[in-house]
Design a binder for this molecule. Structure first.
Ligand code: TRP
Ligand code: SF4
Length: 460
């Protein structure tokens, strides 16, 4: 995050807050065992491990159903690669006693969850999001609901903020998972001002109108909706930042509500609560409330208390109570040969299983952001932002040493660093990293053997 390698997120605040307040949270990511784990995967392993060290319930899963369904790998290939991913994850510091590792194919609870979540997903969404069509096979679709289940799996026992560290290519999955999580919820909690429902883009204007009530309300107590409409129509100056259509919509709705008081409240919509849960929620709401056919208005609750209450009642009555999962997104490493780093192009990446000497050679052979001649480089400086070797320093070789990464950058850009020496230094560091990592992988074999992770697919 400090080096902007992790450059974006969805709703990470939830997770950061939990971390800060010592509340439970989780981190999970998944790996398709399609080839050797390489230094791009290391980044994701590190993200999971870092969150685990900050107190997360940490999960890593092998997306073998997806690899089989979407990429057509055989179970033998999948078994080999799965072990390699897990060994590297353990070697890098994943604490397996404290965390959870699983294979999709061997996790029955996960598959049950996937089945339930499938009831909330429509084929038309798969068409729109993934470009699926009439030719797409059903197992491929199943691997998508399985991923939805992966993402929500840490919350199966207890609701908690969960971060999914992934590349930005996985964002469609995140959005779908967040939607599906919401659809399973018993209640939807919104802020309302009258019996009429205001849209999300109308609510800020209604809130501002309520705040300004002293300017137009006649007498004590709450203003009437009709009064607010009249006042807004005279354009009191608060409509400025709002769309004309939004203003017109708000005025009309307020007008129609006429003599009804304009008064802030929390509205609990019954999305798919059981009858018992709806009744229980009514009982649990403190202070003034009004009960309607499909919703309840509460006048003395703040938003957060209301959200907590809705969740507690849901969980009490057999619901999942999923909170929307969060994500963080990292930049992809550039391939050593320029272009994408890809599992299927060996020279483009450094596998965590490469011989240390091969790792050394690959770094030495990498393209750089250097100039054609040493002379030009001294004069103009190199271009670290376009250099895969600089990325190696920033993503991996500099470890936690920000100052080192910065020094490489500055020396390069300032023309003091030349590519030959720079690559030699990086190559040596890479060789050392790989040797050390592979030693740790060997030690991790014993740990893995003791874990309850099935490494052989018992398939015929
Ligand atoms: N679809 C991911 C990939 O292509 C793998 C994956 C499966 C995953 N389940 C997941 C990633 C859950 C993050 C969270 O690599
Ligand atoms: Fe890349 Fe190093 Fe050359 Fe700069 S000096 S362009 S960082 S190899």
């Amino acid at each position: 995050m400090r080096r902007a390698i992790i450059f974006g997120h969805r709703d990470y605040r939830r997770v950061a807050d939990a971390m800060r307040n010592d509340e439970p949270f989780a981190a999970l990511s998944g790996f398709m065992p399609t080839g050797d784990p390489h230094i791009g995967h290391k980044m994701v392993f590190d993200e999971i491990i870092w969150h685990q060290q900050q107190g997360a319930d940490a999960y890593a899963l092998i997306a073998d159903l997806e690899a089989h369904a979407a990429r057509g790998l055989t179970w033998d290939e999948i078994d080999d690669h799965s072990e390699d991913y897990l060994l590297s994850l353990l070697a890098l510091g994943f604490d397996a006693d404290d965390g959870t590792l699983y294979r999709q194919s061997a996790n029955r609870e996960l598959q049950d969850l996937a089945f339930e979540l499938g009831a909330e997903a429509r084929f038309s969404e798969f068409e729109a999001i993934y470009g699926f069509d009439g030719e797409t096979d059903v197992s491929h679709m199943q691997s998508v609901v399985t991923q939805m289940a992966d993402i929500l799996y840490p919350q199966l026992e207890d609701s908690k903020p969960t971060v999914i560290p992934v590349g930005p290519d996985q964002d469609p999955h995140m959005r779908l998972a967040r939607d599906i999580a919401e659809r399973t919820r018993y209640f939807k909690v919104t802020e309302a001002y009258a019996s009429v429902a205001f849209d999300d883009d109308e609510r800020p204007l209604v809130a501002a109108t309520y705040e300004a009530r002293e300017q137009y309300a006649d007498g004590e107590g709450a203003p009437r909706c009709g009064e607010a409409a009249d006042w807004l129509r005279d354009d009191p100056g608060i409509t400025g930042g709002h769309d004309d259509e939004v203003v017109a919509g708000v005025v009309e709705k307020l007008d129609n509500a006429g003599m009804e008081p304009l008064r802030p409240r929390i509205r609990f919509f019954d999305r798919q609560a059981t009858e018992a849960a709806f009744e229980a929620l009514i009982d649990e709401i403190r202070g003034e409330k009004r009960v309607f056919e499909g919703h309840i208005d509460a006048f003395e609750l703040d938003r957060e208390t209301a959200e907590d209450l809705a969740l507690a009642v849901e969980v009490d009555h057999g619901g999942y109570g999923f909170v929307p999962p969060s994500s963080i997104y990292h930049r992809f490493m550039t391939g050593l040969t320029g272009g994408k780093m890809s599992s299927s192009i060996p020279a483009s990446h450094i596998s965590l299983l490469d011989d240390p000497e091969d790792g050394y050679d690959k770094v030495k052979a990498a393209t750089t952001g250097g100039r054609e001649t040493a002379e030009k480089q001294r004069e103009l400086g190199g271009e670290p932002d376009k250099c895969p070797v600089y990325e190696l320093y920033a993503y991996l070789l500099a470890g936690d040493d920000d100052e080192f990464a910065q020094r490489v950058y500055d020396e390069c850009a300032g023309g003091e660093r030349l590519c030959g020496g720079c690559k030699e230094e990086a190559a040596e560091l890479m060789e050392g990293f790989l040797a050390d990592h592979q030693e740790k992988r060997d030690e991790a074999r014993e740990v893995l053997a003791d874990l309850d992770v099935q490494l052989d697919s018992e398939r015929v």
